[in-house]
Design a protein around this ligand. Structure first.
Ligand code: NAD
Length: 349
């Protein structure tokens, strides 16, 4: 059985990945610092499983990571751990440099030393997969898509810190030979996303009949991918990707923010109408734009599709409907995030 060290596996994408990997028979050692974004409620269904070991800690703690890798005889590392919210990076960039840059460096050093200690087929098959974002490429005009050779041009402290981590991963491959893989993915949505991000925020506010904040003119474009499809892409790259390569991951689903919000309103109006009969689109409220807000992202994932045969299973329409349904039926999970109890009980504070 393969053992993966998954970092940031109590966050949105990492937890979806851990749930999928354990269900598929892999063993997951889940290292997470449990920042505000880490939520052990998400992993509740794995309680008692021999194939999920949760460890509370920081990716930058090189000795602790080294001990974990040795103790559990890890076959690969999948690095999700990060500070991930653009607005928070504008308020306080230092935490982003601490985890995304310095933390990733510590993890890479521990990974390199562990990999060097391996022998034979275990050394041959070891992989370090770094999960990154399309935001490192900057902003697009009305046409074109990001490819793996698009020059990096990050515009927010978040994307700058992710770009730095991507460069460190690349350097560890070229300098030390560490068998790395990098994925750069578009915006994710789906179950267990922290309700500060656009889609869960809008679903939650729309359910409650509250104003729906939309930045600027609402015409910023993002390329959306259902989280389960991102996880399947990572698994594909981990298994079959060429060492040292990067792979773009995207759903070919460009939507303006306002179109996303309108879609959610329409779905909720049909599934759970407001008591006073108002159409939820009437709740849309334009708010002051985010500083440095990138206009358009679009990702070309043809390399991943062509070389590794990956395809997303969800269209945007089917994925967003599944997501709205998930939030409608999982309100206890959301409420525990909103009232803060998801942290207090687990951390004993
Ligand atoms: P998230 O914020 O939901 O989760 C991040 C997790 O990392 C949390 O559980 C947090 O506790 C943990 N963490 C933070 N600092 C840590 C540290 N120093 N040591 C250990 N754990 C730490 O983020 P997410 O949306 O799940 O994103 C996961 C990864 O995917 C990130 O690297 C992000 O850049 C990347 N990504 C996200 C998206 C997206 O749309 N959400 C798209 C592309 C790429």
């Amino acid at each position: 059985m393969k053992t993966l060290l998954v970092t940031g596996g109590a966050g949105f994408i990492g937890a979806n990945f851990a749930l999928q990997a354990v269900a598929d028979g892999l063993r997951v050692v889940n290292l997470d610092k449990l920042t505000y974004a880490g939520n052990l409620d998400t992993l509740e269904s794995l309680d008692g499983s021999d194939n999920h070991i949760f460890v509370h800690g920081d990716i930058g703690d090189r000795q602790m990571v080294a001990d974990l890798l040795q103790k559990h005889r890890a076959d690969a590392i999948v690095n999700f751990a990060a500070e991930s919210h653009v607005d928070r990076s504008i308020e306080g960039p230092a935490a982003f440099v601490h985890t995304n840059v310095v933390g990733t460096l510590g993890l890479l050093e521990a990974a390199r030393d562990y990999w060097r200690s391996l022998e034979g087929s275990r050394k041959e098959s070891f992989r370090f997969l770094h999960v990154s974002t399309d935001e490192v490429y900057g902003s697009l005009g009305e046409t074109g898509k990001f490819t793996e050779s698009t020059p990096y041009a990050p515009n927010s402290p978040y994307s700058a810190s992710k770009a730095a981590s991507d460069h460190l991963v690349r350097a560890f491959h070229h300098t030390y030979g560490l068998p790395t893989l990098t994925t750069n993915c578009s915006n994710n949505y789906g179950p267990f996303q922290f309700p500060e991000k656009l889609i869960p925020l809008v679903i939650q506010k729309a359910m409650a009949g509250e104003p729906l904040p939309v930045y600027g003119d609402g015409l910023n474009i993002r390329d959306w991918l259902f989280v389960g499809d991102h996880c399947s892409a990572i698994r594909r790259v981990l298994n079959d990707g060429r060492v040292g390569e990067t792979y773009n991951v995207g759903g070919n689903a460009e939507r303006t923010n306002i179109a996303v919000v309108n879609t959610i309103c329409t779905l909720l109006d049909a599934k759970s109408p407001l008591a006073d009969g108002r159409a939820r689109a009437s709740l849309i409220t334009y708010v002051k734009d985010r500083p440095g807000h990138d206009r358009r992202y679009a990702i070309d994932s043809s390399k991943l599709q062509r070389e590794l045969g990956w395809q997303p299973s969800h269209s945007f329409e089917s994925g967003i409907e599944a997501t709205v349904d998930w939030y409608l039926t999982n309100q206890p999970w959301v409420q525990r995030v909103l009232d803060g109890s998801y942290r207090m009980e687990r951390l004993g504070v």
